[in-house]
Design a protein around this ligand. Structure first.
Ligand code: GLY
Length: 394
């Protein structure tokens, strides 16, 4: 991929137009979604309500993606100062507090995604005490998933589930900021120590020698020995799932932000270098990095949006110079490509912000659709571009 040659004015104009379109969609979705939660992905470009389960009604706060909606609302408030966004965002705190208080669907490492955006953001932005308390409750619950002697946070399933015990996944790096935040808030070092050990285990085992990553990796829960990698949402166990690689860029860079361990920044660079070297011409990754120009496979715009945020975070920790410029320039190129070729700015029939994401190709779920997290990270990427000094929620 060649970084864009467009001048700063044209890039800024394109970003402004993309941002205006995205904010208009978020505003319209306040009424569309009401007090409930949309599903993980669109269907034919439109988000249906989150389906009911045997115990929870339609639109309930369950699953791993609900916080991306209030996350978008908080970003929209920061970007506009319009209280309609702040009021809508604040209204979700009660649901996240109830979810952790009543232990609804908490058997997951995704508590970091959920409570960083659902509750740490309102604590950081408007000092919402109920949100702080709920986020600390979620951090405590996440700590119950930290397995000794392996030193990892189990990703999925109950802790007594033999099919999941000892397994973690690269996405989990994004859930560690909740633990660093809990240490900052409480003065209890245990949360941050667990996060550092978990990130170090992934640095040592989930990254392969060639700079690709496994989606998931297993440890022996009894001895703590590292066992083997496998995939869940990638093409094969040996391929490089694009979103996983993007989680690696952003997740390791965020772990560096808090732990200040240089090896985490190096790990983010390893993930970034492979990701950037395996992009198609327009800079928006195919859903698995084994595919490239000419392959009859869908893109994953969400991987691209996450990578933009990760590259920007990574660049921010590097000294002034060509390397920092290299990552920044690629982030700008990918963001411009998303805004001009993948956003819904010219697709008013969709209520997503980005088209052409992939949730789970092997499972045939959400293929070539909008995704809640892709929309969130696209808006975060735009916010990073226009408000570089803003407080990060992670
Ligand atoms: N964290 C789940 C996914 O990226 O699909």
């Amino acid at each position: 991929m060649t970084p864009t040659q467009a001048g700063p004015t044209s890039a800024a104009t394109r970003t402004d137009a993309a941002l205006a379109a995205a904010l208009a969609t978020v505003r319209a979705n306040i009424a569309t979604f009401g007090g409930g939660y949309p599903d993980d992905t669109t269907r034919h470009g439109v988000y249906p309500p989150r389906p009911a389960t045997a115990t929870l009604p339609e639109g309930a706060n369950r699953g791993w993606t609900t916080s991306f909606w209030p996350g978008m609302l908080w970003l929209a408030w920061e970007l506009t100062g319009d209280d309609a966004f702040r009021l809508a965002a604040t209204s979700h705190v009660a649901s996240f507090a109830e979810r952790v208080d009543q232990q609804i669907d908490l058997d997951t490492h995704d508590l970091g995604f959920l409570y960083t955006l659902g509750c740490v953001a309102p604590w950081r932005l408007v000092a919402d005490e109920r949100a702080r308390s709920a986020a600390l409750g979620a951090a405590d619950h996440l700590m119950t998933r930290f397995l000794e002697p392996a030193g990892i946070v189990q990703a999925w399933g109950g802790l007594d589930d033999p099919g999941q015990r000892g397994r973690t996944i690269i996405d989990s790096l994004m859930n560690m900021p909740l633990l660093y935040w809990a240490s900052e808030q409480t003065g209890d070092e245990r949360y941050a120590a667990a996060a550092r050990r978990h990130a170090a285990q992934l640095r040592d085992h989930i990254i392969r020698p060639d700079g690709t990553t496994f989606h998931t990796f297993w440890w022996d829960p009894a001895t703590g020995a590292p066992l083997h990698g496998s995939t869940q949402q990638g093409y094969t166990d040996d391929s490089c799932w694009a979103r996983g690689q993007a989680w690696g860029i952003y997740g390791f860079a965020l772990n560096y932000r808090y732990a200040r361990d240089e090896s985490f920044l190096d790990a983010a660079r390893v993930c970034a270098d492979y990701f950037l070297a395996h992009l198609p011409t327009d800079g928006v990754a195919y859903w698995d990095l084994d595919f490239t120009d000419g392959d009859d496979q869908p893109r994953d715009s969400s991987a691209a949006a996450i990578a933009v945020c990760g590259l920007t975070e990574l660049a921010g920790w590097l000294p002034d110079g060509p390397l920092r410029d290299h990552y920044r320039s690629h982030a700008e190129t990918i963001l411009t490509s998303l805004a001009t070729g993948y956003s819904t700015a010219t697709h008013p029939e969709s209520n997503a912000l980005l088209l052409h994401g992939v949730y789970d190709w092997p499972g045939a779920v959400g293929v070539d659709e909008g995704t809640l997290w892709g929309d969130y990270f696209y808006l975060e990427a735009l916010a990073r571009a226009v408000l570089p000094e803003r407080t990060l929620y992670w």
